[in-house]
Write a protein that binds this ligand. Structure first.
Ligand code: FAD
Length: 398
């Protein structure tokens, strides 16, 4: 969201922009969400407008499946070395889907965090921009199969494509490489590795999404049945010296949003949110109020000590301290969602990072990091930060 925003803002004042994305599609983490606070609209709302702005603006050159290998030089004279992953599917692709129909190989769908499968040649998701198919070399049998090439009427598939390097010149560089969830398996007491029905909050975004693995149903990973009792564990590994010592700023609002989405779909379900402090700001206060008014959503102030399974293995058991009642509680759930927070994406470039791995605001002139690669923030703040960086880049470069 932040990279796309900066790109369109800069291009619309007449500058040339090169947008580099490592995935085959734009939209980052936002495009994977079911809906987004504060308005709870689908992410396509904000992104679709930006994709249209990109489509209409010939000043933006967009490279997907591409990473940056090296940045050298200085303001007004940077050289940026790009690595383009093999371009197996070219822009002749009309997304007709004939290739997928004949493809015999399957792969775990990374867009759904492996909860669903696609063919080895696949459309990354319904809203993909650019709208073209992609190929997973790990699962494709290439020329020994060749079925997709034979069925493609548009000469869009080249199975022998190779990596390509290219060096471009730029007067400034905006870094908008965002975030990922930390490894939930590292938090041993919360059972992510041990129990299929303990999932992370980003996985939940896909599971509750109507375009996700369960269609319009929320299904448990263990047995494909709908959960009736769902627990959210806030600060799972966050604000904890052993894992992430900081607050990721968005997880409380995200879990409140998730609780309301569950209640929308299943008004009879029971939701419990275990929290240390509820940190919601601005317009998100409104849906904290909505949650507080909902009698099927319980807010429990208390850190979760551990998650285990009931004796008959039919339920998960969340053990916590109910701080307001001064007692230990054991609460059963069919699905547990861990709010695991935000860590910066890592890669090997010559840029300054802070102790937590976030990219520092202080870089050499002409390099501007924005949004969640610097610190956790919501979409609205990310967009503002990106617009500010776009302005700096326009003002300070020739
Ligand atoms: C569970 C959860 C729910 C959330 N829900 C909401 C919500 O409802 N509302 C809201 O306002 N905020 C929400 N947020 C926060 C929101 O996700 C962030 O504000 C937003 O993703 C920030 O966008 P970004 O552009 O900084 O980063 P990202 O969305 O992470 O995008 C970064 C992009 O950079 C690409 N990239 C990374 N490294 C490289 C590289 N080396 N080379 C090329 N490309 C690279 C990535 O592939 C990605 O496309 C939520 C966060 C979480 C954890």
């Amino acid at each position: 969201m932040s990279g796309v925003t900066a790109a369109v803002e800069i291009a619309e004042v007449g500058r040339q922009v090169i947008l580099v994305e490592e995935k085959p599609y734009l939209g980052g983490n936002v495009i994977k969400m079911n809906n987004y606070f504060p308005k709870l609209c689908p992410p396509s709302c904000g992104l679709e407008i930006n994709f249209r702005r990109i489509r209409q603006n010939s000043r933006i050159k967009c490279f997907t499946s591409t990473t940056v290998k090296e940045i050298s030089g200085e303001i007004n004279n940077f050289r940026v070395k790009l690595l383009h992953k093999p371009n197996f599917i070219n822009n002749n692709c009309t997304a007709c889907g004939n290739c997928t129909e004949v493809c015999p190989e399957e792969r775990p769908n990374e867009f759904d965090y492996g909860f669903s499968k696609t063919k080895a040649i696949y459309l990354p998701h319904e809203m993909a921009f650019p709208m073209k198919y992609s190929l997973d070399v790990k699962y494709c049998k290439k020329e020994s199969c060749n079925k997709c090439v034979e069925v493609c009427d548009y000469d869009a598939i080249n199975l022998s494509a190779k990596d390509e390097e290219e060096t471009i010149e730029a007067s400034s560089v905006i870094i908008a490489t965002g975030w990922k969830n930390p490894d939930a398996a590292a938090i041993k007491n919360l059972g992510y590795k041990d129990y299929k029905n303990v999932i992370t909050n980003v996985e939940f975004e896909r599971l509750i999404d109507a375009n996700g693995p369960g269609g319009d149903k929320l299904l448990k990973p263990s047995d494909g049945k709908e959960p009736k009792e769902i627990a959210f564990v806030q600060c799972a590994g966050s604000r904890d010296e052993n894992y992430l010592p900081y607050c990721s700023a968005v997880c409380c609002s995200a879990s409140l949003k998730h609780a309301l989405s569950i209640q929308n779909k299943y008004p009879d379900s029971k939701v419990k949110i275990f929290y240390i402090d509820l940190r919601v700001s601005g317009r998100n206060e409104d849906f904290l109020r909505k949650v507080e008014e909902n009698k099927n959503i319980e807010l429990i102030k208390g850190k979760v000590a551990k998650i285990t399974e009931s004796e008959d293995k039919s339920k998960l058991v969340v053990e916590a301290e109910d701080m307001l009642e001064s007692r230990k509680i054991k609460s059963e759930a069919d699905l547990v969602v861990l709010a695991t927070g935000i860590t910066p994406n890592q890669y090997n470039l010559n840029i300054y990072r802070s102790g937590e791995g976030f990219i520092s605001d202080k870089q050499k002139d002409g390099i501007y990091p924005v949004a969640c690669c610097k610190r956790p923030m919501d979409v609205s703040s990310s967009v503002k930060d990106a617009t500010a960086a776009a302005l700096k880049s326009i003002q300070l470069t020739s």
